[in-house]
Write a protein that binds this ligand. Sequence first.
Ligand code: SAM
Length: 233
Amino acid sequence: MSFRATVLTLFPEMFPGPLGHSLAGRALESGIWTLDCVNIRNFGLGRHRAVDDTPFGGGAGMVMRPDVIDAAIASVRDERQLIALTPRGAPLTQARVRDLAAGGGAILLCGRYEGFDQRVLDANGAEEISVGDYVLSGGEIAALALLDAAIRLLPGVMGAADSAAEESFAEPLLEYPHFTRPAEWRGRAVPETLLSGHHQAVADWRRAEAETITRARRPDLWARYIASQPARP
Ligand code: SAM
């Protein structure tokens, strides 16, 4: 069964965008996943199909109206998870991406302006997800990032069955560095162990590098990794 993505957006022309190419594009063509975009503007009010209004309490910007967003959600709602892309949502993790990819799909709600009236997210039990601690101008790029991360994990999308298992965040470690030919480039040699042909030595080297880089760059992941390791006697 296909992974079904439905995107609610004011800019449906932004999709599939980059997801129409490469791995995701081929998977879309072959039906591994499907994409429907719904223009929120279709549910706008009045002659100008207004989707937003000024914020109660004052302040700059416009807020997406709950009645408009609710009607857009109701037009596609089914058993799939409803995800609202918001900067104040839970940070997206590889673990959440894996869960999503294992499910039947998702309905993704993309904001614009100052974002959504909170009531429509609460009333619909929307899961709020952020793609990072920065503010994009709209939820579309966030939705594309989330979909890209999930689609590449769908069965049949990636070439080597195990290529997802070893990469960053498959376990809470950043990935070890990669090297390819030439073995020496601008005076920089590939680490000798990688040329040795000893599988165990290569595996040990990669793990040690992954640990070193995680410890140096991401103390948060390092702490989780240490906590996940069995206690050594
Ligand atoms: N006023 C909002 C705030 O400060 O949290 C920012 C709104 S932003 C300009 C407009 C829309 O972009 C949001 O409603 C959301 O859909 C999307 N967006 C922006 N940054 C995002 C992020 N880091 N993760 C997910 N969605 C984001």
